[in-house]
Design a protein around this ligand. Structure first.
Ligand SMILES: [Fe+2]
Ligand SMILES: [Fe+2]
Length: 451
C-alpha cells in the first residue's frame, strides 16, 4: 500500500487531503500535527513514498526541517509544499502548490509524483453523485454515508470527499465553514439516495410535529421536506404513502405559517434569512399571493384557496432536483438554455407541468381539477413547454396561479437587484405582460396587497 506523510495542523485540510488521496489514488496519509512527530512517523513507516507539508508549521519552516529529518532517516523522499512560506517553496527540489484549497491539483500532483496514471485512477470506481442540501444534512447527528463537495465543473475530480460516513455532524466545523462560504449543496453517492432521502423524510416529519417551532424554522423545515419529496419523485414519479404523509404535513405547515404572517414583507424577510432556494421561495410566496387574489375576487372561496395551496406545492416539484443541482438559477423559462443541462433534464423541464399533473392524479383526495391547473401553469393546455402568449382558454384558477407566479417573479427581480419592491411598478409590468381582460381582473385584486 502506498503511504504519504502530511505535516499539517489544519484539521479541515488534513481530512480533505486524506479522504481524496485515498479515494482517487488509494494512498494512505499519516498526519503529523507538529514537526516533532515526524521522526517517529518516519521510523514507523519506512516504506513511505511522499512528504507533504504546509509551508509553515508553528512559525517554523517545516519543509526545511522535514527535509533534514528524512535525510537523517536515510530516506530521499519527494516533497510537496503547500504555499509560499518555506525557503524551499518554488525551488527545484520540491513541488509547490498554491495555498488555496485546490483538491484536483493536489490529487493530480500526487498522482504524477507517485506514478499513478489517469487510467489507474479511472479504474477506481467513482460513484455518480446526487445533491443533498446542506440544511438537510444538518438534521442528521452523524453523516449517513460518505459526503462529497463539488469542486470543479467537469472530469473525474469534479467531486471531492468532504465528510466521512458516521462522522459527527453536531457540531461540525467543516459544515459550518461550507455554510459560511455559501455552499448550498453537498453530494452523496446516487446509490445511497433513496435510503438517505427516506431517513431525511422521517427527520423532517418529526421536526414538524414540534409545536414550539417558530414560523421561520417551520418554513425552513418544510423546505427540506419539499426537497426530499422532489428527490423521491425524481427517483420514481410514483406517489408512495411516505410522499403523501410528508407532503400533507408540509402543506399544513405552510398554510399555518401563511395564516399567521400579517404582511408579505414578513414572509419575504423570513425566507431571505433562511436563504431559501428559488423554487421553494416561488412556491410559498406564490401561494401567499394567490390566497390574496382569492380573498379579493368575487367568485373566490376557501375551497379555491386550498386547491391553490395544493397546486402551488406540487406544480414545479419535478424541477426540484434540477434546481438543487444548479442552485444559482432563478428562472424556469431559461432553465433549458443553461449550460450543462443534460438532454434528460431538458425533457423534464419541458414536461414538468405534465409530469406533476399526472402524479397528483394518484394522490389520495387530490382536490378536483388540481391536475388540470397544474398542467396549464405555463399557459399551455397540454402541460408541455411554455406559452409565449397567455390565452383565455385555460381555467380561471390556472390564471390566478400564473398571475401569482408572475408577481412572485417580479418580487424576486427586486430582491436580486437589492431593491425594495414597488407595487405600482410591478402592477404596470403585469398589465403589460397579460393584456387579456380576464387576466386584468385578476391582476386588479393585487392592488390591495400589503408589501
Ligand atoms: Fe412555477
Ligand atoms: Fe413551472
Amino acid at each position: 500500500m502506498t503511504k504519504a506523510i502530511l505535516l499539517s495542523h489544519h484539521e479541515l485540510l488534513n481530512d480533505l487531503y486524506s479522504f481524496n488521496l485515498k479515494a482517487f489514488c488509494d494512498v494512505d496519509i499519516i498526519t503529523c500535527h507538529k514537526i516533532d512527530d515526524l521522526p517517529q512517523a518516519l521510523a514507523d513507516n519506512p516504506e513511505v513514498s511522499l512528504l507533504i507539508s504546509l509551508g509553515q508549521l508553528d512559525e517554523q519552516d517545516a519543509p526545511v526541517m522535514a527535509f533534514k529529518l528524512a535525510k537523517e532517516a536515510g530516506l530521499a523522499l519527494p516533497m510537496i509544499i503547500i504555499g509560499d512560506m518555506s525557503k524551499l517553496s518554488h525551488t527545484k527540489k520540491v513541488y509547490t502548490l498554491p495555498a488555496n484549497l485546490n483538491i484536483p491539483l493536489f490529487i493530480k500532483t500526487c498522482a504524477k509524483i507517485l506514478g499513478i496514471t489517469a487510467k489507474d485512477m479511472a479504474a477506481k470506481e467513482v460513484p455518480e453523485f446526487y445533491p443533498i442540501p446542506l440544511s438537510m444534512l444538518r438534521n442528521f447527528t452523524k453523516a449517513p454515508c460518505d459526503i462529497y463537495i463539488k469542486v470543479g465543473n467537469e472530469g473525474p475530480h469534479e467531486f471531492s470527499q468532504a465528510l466521512q460516513a458516521s462522522e459527527e455532524l453536531k457540531p461540525n466545523v467543516k459544515l459550518d465553514s461550507y455554510a459560511a462560504d455559501g455552499v448550498l449543496n453537498l453530494f452523496i453517492p446516487s446509490s445511497m439516495r433513496l435510503k438517505i432521502v427516506n431517513q431525511a423524510s422521517e427527520i423532517v416529519l418529526d421536526k414538524l410535529e414540534d409545536t414550539t417551532l417558530t414560523d421561520q424554522d417551520r418554513v425552513a423545515v418544510v423546505e427540506q421536506g419539499y426537497e426530499v419529496i422532489g428527490g423521491m419523485l425524481g427517483e420514481n414519479p410514483k406517489v408512495t404513502p411516505e410522499i403523501v404523509d410528508l407532503s400533507k404535513k408540509c402543506m399544513e405547515s405552510v398554510t399555518e405559517v401563511l395564516n399567521s404572517v400579517p404582511k408579505l414583507k414578513h414572509l419575504l424577510g423570513m425566507m431571505l434569512q433562511n436563504k431559501t432556494g428559488h423554487l421553494y421561495f416561488h412556491s410559498v410566496v406564490g401561494t401567499y399571493i394567490s390566497r390574496h387574489i382569492i380573498k379579493e375576487i368575487s367568485w373566490g372561496s376557501e375551497e379555491h384557496a386550498e386547491k391553490l395551496s395544493f397546486v402551488f406545492y406540487f406544480h414545479d416539484i419535478f424541477l426540484a432536483p434540477i434546481f438543487a443541482k444548479y442552485p444559482h438559477l432563478h428562472s424556469e423559462e431559461n432553465l433549458v438554455f443553461q449550460e450543462g443541462i443534460s438532454e434528460k433534464e431538458k425533457e423534464i423541464i419541458i414536461n414538468h407541468a405534465r409530469l406533476a399533473s399526472e402524479m397528483v392524479k394518484n394522490f389520495p383526495r387530490c382536490p378536483m381539477g388540481a391536475d388540470a391547473i397544474i398542467s396549464q401553469h405555463h399557459g399551455t393546455s397540454n402541460g408541455m413547454g411554455f406559452a409565449l402568449e397567455y390565452k383565455d382558454d385555460i381555467s380561471p384558477l390556472a390564471k390566478v396561479l400564473i398571475v401569482s407566479e408572475a408577481f412572485t417573479d417580479e418580487l424576486i427581480q427586486f430582491k436580486n437587484a437589492g431593491r425594495k419592491p414597488d407595487l405600482e411598478e410591478i402592477m404596470g409590468r403585469l398589465r403589460e405582460k397579460f393584456p387579456k381582460h380576464t387576466y386584468k381582473k385578476i391582476i386588479n385584486c393585487l392592488e390591495t396587497i400589503r408589501i
